[in-house]
Every structure is written in structure tokens, then in C-alpha cells.
Ligand binder design. Structure first.
Ligand code: ADQ
Length: 462
């Protein structure tokens, strides 16, 4: 069987599986099945001009090869082009995008460095799977170094409509780079449709009914592969004796009878200020919820070197402080806002103890928290998921309470509906949602992508 080679911007710490997300665990499973190689940035930043060396470590049957970034690489490739331009634009936020030639050059340079360092590690029969927006041009760099192996790309974030993408100075080059892959995977059919539209409207490309597209002189496979979680492992985590203890502590420490929970990286795409405002309005419009309902928001610090992230942090501290000042009492804090990373077993316990899971991003590729919340619920007394219709997860999870996250009143009403929903209705909705996340779990995701890669090698590509 061919070896799988996974390339991502950051390498997860394979020795700390309990702390890494479902994605890392799913990829490690896939790598272990074939004995694989994982290549990427190890997290170190070295001085400019330092000679870049690849570190190689073998963990079980997986070889982990990592490189450091220089200070300029980190500023220009990672913070700059990836996170000040591509991240906002791909989340439909042209207003937050910064266009800078040094950033583009840094992005190209790191993709070239990745290709240089990866080439000597490749074997002729490898299947190569590249992840996410940091590495869009990597396949084209590899092709220029005569890599003929099958190469796939999965985009974890949304693919924006052509009207938005074409506002970036680099759009033509970026999409042309995608044509060097053999298989491209998107989270939703909406993302795929946006990609098709770009090819047809900007490039006069052709779309075939079997999932192939022809553009820039190549025919490639482009399809939808919705990412999932390891449902059984997450459900199990929410039922350990430690989880039971965590839930017991939470119930003892508060007088509230219902908890609403939000768990997100602290990112402007996640709709946190709007969510806090909706909770404030819930207390204002339905006074019976005072001292009875608490919002717990766990927000993991992320990309803190960027101004937009410092701004959202200050905004949230302001709104939560105002709600607690206006509505709180000596024995009740309405918003519990925790600005740090929490271990996955604690998260699983918190999800299980919460009557409402609030997942209201303004735009999101998929959103795994929505699936984790469903996985952690008790089947005979589940909580209710409120889900943004702009999260990729909403395409399948129609039995959640779907909301427009910009519409604060609609989110408030969904919260009130959730905390007063009958047990029968909660069970009915959860049963269908659970079956869906089980069917499209992490294993299904990587199996179907890898099988598309194998199929493309055996013929489809012109
Ligand atoms: P993210 O934007 O990071 O991922 P998401 O899918 O929600 O978003 O995954 C976040 C993960 O981090 C979840 O597993 C969650 O439990 C965990 N997490 C969040 N806050 C945490 C905290 N405070 N402490 C500990 N863990 C925390 C990108 C895309 C998504 C897409 C994923 C996977 O933006 O749309 O779903 O990739 O493809």
C-alpha cells in the first residue's frame, strides 16, 4: 500500500493526543494505517539568516519531519499573508484584509522552502495530502521540482464567492496554483459551487458532472468532503469519572439551573460579541432567566500578535463586564468568560453539563465544536444545539436550531426556545443529529479523501 504523506502548516504534538484536536487525531490514525510521514512547521522561530534544518523524529510508525521558520517567515508568511490576507478574505471579510507585497513574497518563499525540504523525503509511490490555506501553492512548487506523485489538497476554511476572491491582487495566481493538485476537497457544496463559479466566470473553465473540472490546461477532481470528529472517543471522554466530578463541581458551584456554553478560538469570525449581546438581551427580555441561566464562554487565545485579535478581546471583555455589572448579583455571575485553552476532557464534561451549545460563527469552514457538543450529550436527556447557518456544519445539521448570527434578536429567541424545549423534542432532534455526525465522522472523512486520491492516480486525471 502506498505511504501517506501529510503536510500542514503546523505539526501537532503526537505525544499529547489528549490535548490535540480531533483533526490531529484523525490524521494520525490515517498515517498509522499506512506508516506515514507528517511534514510541517514545528513551532520554532529562529533568527533571520539561520540555516534551516529538517528535524526528523519517529513516533510509532509515523515519521514526523519539522522545520523552523525565521522571524521574517513568521511575520510575512504566517501572520502576514496567511492570517492578515487569506484568513479574512476567505471568511468574506475584505474590510479586515491587508494587502502587502512583502507578505506575498514571504508566503511564496516559505512554500518554496517547504518544497525544497520535502522533496528528498518523498518516495515514488507516495500519496501526498496537503492541508489548508497556508500551503495553496505547495503542489505547484513540488511540480516545478519534478514531483509527479498524486497530490491532494483540503481547504479547512470556506472558499469565498468570486466577487470577493477577485478583489485580492493575487487571486489569479492562487487559483491557478490549485490546478497543480489532482484532488481538491472542500467542506461544503457551497464552497465547491463558489470554486466552480470562479473557474467558469474568471477562467472559462469547464465543470463535468462526475466532479472533475478543467481549467488552466489540467483536469482535476474537486469535491466535498465534510470533516468530522471521532464521535465515540469524544462521547467516552464526556463520561469518565473525572468528567462526572467536573460536572458535579459545576452544579455545586452555581445557582443557575441551565448553562449555555460557547467554546471557540478567540477569533473575529466566531461571532462572539453578537453572541454576548444576544445573551444580554435574553436576561433583559425574559427576566425569569435571571439567576437561572448562565453563559459560559471558553475562548482559546490565538494569533495574539495581530491587532484584529487584540481588538476582539477588548470588545468581549467590555461586553461581558457590562452584562455582569448590570445583571449580576453577589450569588450569581451571568457570563463566565474564560480566556484560555482547556483540556479536551474538561471540554467534553462542560458540553455534557450544558443545556445549550451556542455555535454562532459569522462564517466558518465546518466548526467541529458543533459536532463535539452533539457527541457529548446524554441520549435520554440531551441539550439543544444553536447553530449559525453560516457554519459549514449547518449544511448537514439541519435539526439544530439554525440562526442568522448577525440577527441578535433571532439568537435571543433561539436561546429562549432551547431552554424551554420539551424533552421529547430535544431527544428527537438529538437522535437525528447524532446519527449524522456518526455517519460523517473523522474516519469517514479521511477514508473518503484518501480513496479519491487513489482513484485519481488510477486514471481520471488528464
Ligand atoms: P478552527 O477555526 O480552529 O478550525 P473548529 O472547527 O471549531 O475551528 O475547531 C476548534 C477545535 O479547537 C475544536 O476541537 C475545539 O474543541 C477546540 N477548542 C476551541 N476552543 C478551545 C479551548 N478554549 N480550549 C481547548 N480546545 C478548544 C478550522 C476551520 C473550521 C474547521 C476546522 C477543521 O476554521 O471551520 O471545522 O478547521 O477542518
Amino acid at each position: 500500500m502506498s505511504r501517506l504523506v501529510v503536510i500542514s502548516n503546523r505539526i501537532a504534538d503526537l505525544t499529547k493526543s489528549s490535548q490535540s484536536g480531533g483533526l490531529a487525531v484523525a490524521l494520525v490514525d490515517a498515517l498509522k494505517a499506512t506508516g506515514g510521514l507528517w511534514f510541517g512547521w514545528g513551532g520554532d522561530i529562529v533568527g533571520n539568516g539561520t540555516k534551516i534544518e529538517t528535524s526528523i523524529e519517529n513516533i510509532d510508525s509515523v515519521t514526523v519531519a519539522s522545520v523552523p521558520l525565521t522571524e521574517d517567515d513568521y511575520d510575512q508568511y504566517y501572520l502576514g499573508f496567511s492570517n492578515k490576507e487569506l484568513w479574512p478574505v476567505f471568511h468574506y471579510r475584505l474590510d479586515l484584509a491587508e494587502f502587502d507585497t512583502d507578505h506575498v513574497n514571504g508566503y511564496r518563499r516559505v512554500n518554496q522552502m517547504f518544497a525544497d525540504k520535502l522533496c528528498p523525503l518523498l518516495k515514488p509511490d507516495d500519496l501526498i495530502w496537503i492541508h489548508d490555506y497556508h500551503l495553496i501553492p505547495l503542489a505547484s512548487e513540488l511540480r516545478q521540482r519534478n514531483v509527479g506523485q498524486t497530490i491532494g489538497f483540503f481547504l479547512h476554511i470556506p472558499f469565498p464567492p468570486p466577487e470577493i476572491l477577485s478583489a485580492t491582487p493575487e487571486h489569479e495566481w492562487l487559483v491557478r496554483s490549485l490546478a497543480s493538485y489532482d484532488v481538491i476537497g472542500f467542506q461544503t457544496s457551497n464552497d465547491l459551487a463558489n470554486f466552480h463559479r470562479y473557474l467558469v466566470e474568471e477562467e472559462k473553465g469547464e465543470i463535468f458532472t462526475d466532479g472533475r473540472v478543467h481549467a488552466y490546461g489540467r483536469t482535476i477532481q474537486a469535491d466535498v468532503f465534510p470533516i468530522g470528529i471521532d464521535v465515540d472517543a469524544f462521547a467516552e471522554m464526556s463520561r469518565t469519572p473525572e468528567a462526572e466530578q467536573q460536572i458535579e463541581n459545576l452544579r455545586r458551584r452555581t445557582i443557575a439551573r441551565a448553562h449555555i456554553i460557547g467554546v471557540d478560538r478567540l477569533d473575529y469570525t466566531k461571532g462572539l460579541p453578537e453572541r454576548f449581546k444576544a445573551f444580554g438581551r435574553l436576561l433583559e427580555s425574559y427576566p425569569a432567566n435571571n439567576k437561572a441561566v448562565t453563559l459560559m464562554q471558553v475562548a482559546q487565545p490565538t494569533r495574539e500578535d495581530l491587532e484584529a485579535y487584540a481588538n476582539i478581546r477588548h470588545e468581549l471583555e467590555g461586553i461581558s463586564g457590562a452584562i455582569n455589572g448590570n445583571f449580576g448579583d453577589f450569588d450569581w455571575t451571568p457570563v463566565r468568560y474564560i480566556h484560555r485553552s482547556v483540556s479536551r476532557d474538561v471540554l467534553a464534561a462542560l458540553f455534557r453539563a450544558s443545556m445549550v451549545g451556542l455555535v454562532t460563527p459569522l462564517r466558518d469552514g465546518m466548526n467541529l465544536v458543533a459536532k463535539e457538543y452533539i457527541a457529548a450529550q446524554e441520549h435520554d436527556n440531551p441539550g439543544v444545539l444553536i447553530l449559525s447557518k453560516f457554519a459549514g456544519a449547518a449544511e448537514a445539521l439541519q435539526e439544530a436550531l439554525l440562526v442568522n448570527p448577525y440577527d441578535v434578536d433571532e439568537v435571543t429567541e433561539a436561546m429562549q426556545k432551547s431552554i424551554t424545549m420539551s424533552r421529547d423534542e430535544r431527544i428527537e432532534r438529538h437522535k437525528i443529529l447524532f446519527a449524522k455526525i456518526k455517519q460523517h465522522d473523522a474516519h469517514h472523512w479521511h477514508d473518503s479523501f484518501i480513496s479519491a486520491l487513489r482513484n485519481s492516480r488510477h486514471g481520471a486525471v488528464a
